[in-house]
Design a protein around this ligand. Structure first.
Ligand SMILES: Nc1nc2c(ncn2[C@@H]2O[C@H](COP(=O)(O)OP(=O)(O)OP(=O)(O)O)[C@@H](O)[C@H]2O)c(=O)[nH]1
Ligand SMILES: [Mg+2]
Length: 595
């Protein structure tokens, strides 16, 4: 099968092109380094099936960040029939060198000048024929985001693909000519084929940045914006969650109950009170999580994320981190796993490790579900948003504390230069794609962990069968009793202890398990929680849940990214210890004060 690879600098729109070209749903975002792994799709092209591979962005073939190594290894070890080079048409001066390098190492290529929409607005014109002659490869303008120029691009790609035989670059770096030779060629092409207006009018981006990057107001504005975003998610979450819970309840009463009524009682219990309640209680949060990710998409795709990196850089540098680490923490609010992988854009191993050590404290969307549930159950509607926000602040605080404590072990001096991309609005298409990705992500986790976890918890709390379910005499009760010397000083009883053990696998199991243990779902379960826990216990439980490790996938990612078991163990050990200390401090302190 013929293979086409998409190559270009970071943030040039490769994944956007890939998605539209193949119908796939790779993640895109206005931040260099969104794609961290190879992603492939097969499509019919010119009568054959062709494999298209989306690569992480690279600055040049010499690069030595983890990202760039991934790309180089891929190009050296696979026979690529055609490179589709995607450049940002507004930054040709800087980006054309990549096309020249590709030609030098003997890779057959076509060149797509992306972002034709922005280039047109900026008044940039290119004589594509001249450029093609200078580079020795076809050149086409496209707009990956708005779908312009696709028929020309498809034509150029398919005709280049089926002429000649595949190339096989033995070693990419060996074949590269001296940089000044490339520089000369680049200058020549720029002069003969590209026209850039002498005076660019002051764009919208500059005007917005004058406010958002203001030396004094920038940071307070950033926190205000974040606070308002989270506040709005919280306000919208309740009705969404209620609607979803109502739907699930209807499905249970009118479809499921009649369906299973012929089965033995214990099996009905397992199916309805165990699995359906467990998974359903978690599923009720899916609309909120989708909403949350849509908001994140706007923050990410607008380009504000890069501004956050810029604004926080100085502060983070004092903790041994940099602006990118901060962005990874923010991305971790969605899910820690891609945030951990996103550290690949860092070249210094020490900086990467320190960043990976703090990311697991980032309050991810799975933990958000647990907190939304408990907060709604225990706190008043007035107090609720502030309680949630306090958890976000604490999540940062423990991350920063960790960096401060360990920075001397991970010294690095990698200079950090951030490029601020222009502000961009996500399209509806991109939003739908992202929403769908999140639903799919949930379904995947539901089929992998949540159901299995809920079933296991149900059995643990219902066996042996001659004792009351959920009582201290069940298997779960015995395990809980074992842990009680450690967990009762922080206000966590034996049922919650079981839930925490399973929460290690995935936080979605936490609420699902509670539902399975008590055979209640949604509102009824919340009512029971409110009876069982006072606010001090509930907050202590949330603190522990926040800090004590994200989930099994994050731990596995930590290991594979750090390539070290020791680092993984140290990270998990530290999180557990810190979680216990923080919860203990809070719980005992609050009790001492008479709460
Ligand atoms: N205006 C405009 N924006 C675009 C176009 N194509 C992509 N973008 C935006 O450019 C940003 C980067 O897009 P991605 O597809 O993630 O870029 P990438 O090259 O895959 O980036 P990395 O994976 O980080 O290397 C996103 O905000 C896209 O919405 C385009 O044709 N016009
Ligand atoms: Mg990408």
């Amino acid at each position: 099968m013929r293979c086409v690879a998409l190559l270009g600098m970071p943030n040039t729109g490769k994944s956007t092109f890939f998605n539209r070209f193949t119908g796939a749903s790779a993640r895109v975002g206005n931040w260099p380094g969104i794609t961290i792994d190879l992603m492939a799709a097969k499509i019919p092209l010119g009568g054959h099936v062709v494999k298209v591979v989306d690569l992480p962005g690279i600055y040049d073939f010499h690069g030595f960040s983890e990202d760039e190594k991934v790309v180089r290894r891929f190009l050296e070890n696979n026979s690529i029939d055609l490179l589709v080079i995607v450049l940002n048409g507004n930054q040709l001066e800087r980006q054309l060198s990549l096309a020249l390098q590709a030609r030098q190492v003997g890779l057959r290529a076509v060149l797509l000048l992306n972002m034709s929409d922005e280039a047109k607005r900026a008044g940039i014109t290119v004589d594509t024929e001249k450029m093609a002659a200078g580079l020795g490869m076809p050149v086409v303008w496209v707009s990956a985001k708005y779908g312009e120029g696709f028929s020309a691009a498809t034509q150029v790609i398919s005709s280049a693909l089926y002429s000649g035989c595949p190339t096989d670059p033995a070693s990419l770096r060996a074949n590269l000519a001296a940089d000044d030779e490339i520089e000369d060629a680049l200058q020549h092409i720029m002069k003969s084929a590209v026209q850039i207006p002498k005076y660019m009018p002051e764009g919208v981006t500059t005007r917005i940045d004058r406010i958002l990057l203001h030396p004094v107001l920038g940071l307070p504005l950033f926190f205000l914006i974040m606070f308002l975003l989270f506040q709005s998610i919280f306000t919208l979450s309740k009705p969404l969650q209620d609607a979803m819970a109502w739907l699930l309840q209807q499905a249970r009463t009118f479809a499921l109950e009649p369906l299973v009524s012929g089965l033995p009682l214990w099996m009905q219990g397992l199916l309805l009170d165990g699995i359906y309640n467990g998974v359903g209680t978690v599923a009720a949060f899916v609309p909120v999580i989708v909403l949350f990710f849509l908001v994140m998409t706007v923050v990410e795709d607008s380009g504000y994320l890069s501004r956050a990196a810029y604004l926080m850089d100085a502060m983070m540098a004092r903790l041994g981190l940099d602006g990118r680490s901060f962005v990874m923490l923010l991305m971790g609010f969605g899910c820690n796993v891609p945030a951990l992988m996103g550290t690949r854009i860092m070249r210094s191993r020490a900086l990467r490790l320190l960043t990976m050590l703090v990311i697991p404290f980032s309050l991810c969307s799975a933990r958000l579900q647990v907190f939304l549930f408990i907060i709604t159950a225990i706190f008043t509607a007035q107090a609720a948003p502030a309680v949630l926000f306090s958890l976000y602040l604490l999540s940062f605080a423990v991350a920063l504390l960790t960096a401060m404590l360990f920075k001397s072990q991970f010294l690095s001096s990698e200079p950090f230069i951030i490029e601020l991309p222009p502000y961009r609005l996500p399209t509806v298409r991109q939003m739908i794609l992202r929403g769908w990705q999140e639903v799919r992500h949930f379904l995947k986790r539901a089929s992998k962990f949540i159901t299995a976890g809920v079933v296991a918890v149900w059995f643990l709390t219902h066996l042996p069968s001659d004792v009351p379910p959920g009582s201290v005499d069940t298997l779960a009760g015995s395990i809980g009793a074992l842990l009680s010397p450690v967990l009762s000083p922080i206000g966590i009883d034996s049922q919650l202890a079981i839930v925490l053990i399973f929460g290690f696998v995935a936080k979605e199991i936490v609420i699902g398990s509670l539902a399975a243990i008590y055979g209640l779902e949604g509102g009824a379960l919340m009512g029971l929680m409110a009876q069982k826990l006072d606010w001090v216990q509930a907050y202590s439980f949330m603190l522990f849940t926040l800090i004590y490790t994200p989930c099994l996938s994050a731990v596995a990612t930590l290991r594979s990214e750090a390539k070290s078991y020791l680092f993984m163990l140290a990270s998990v050990g530290w999180s557990l210890l810190l979680a216990w200390l923080v919860s203990f401090g809070f719980y005992q302190g609050a009790r001492l004060l008479g709460y």
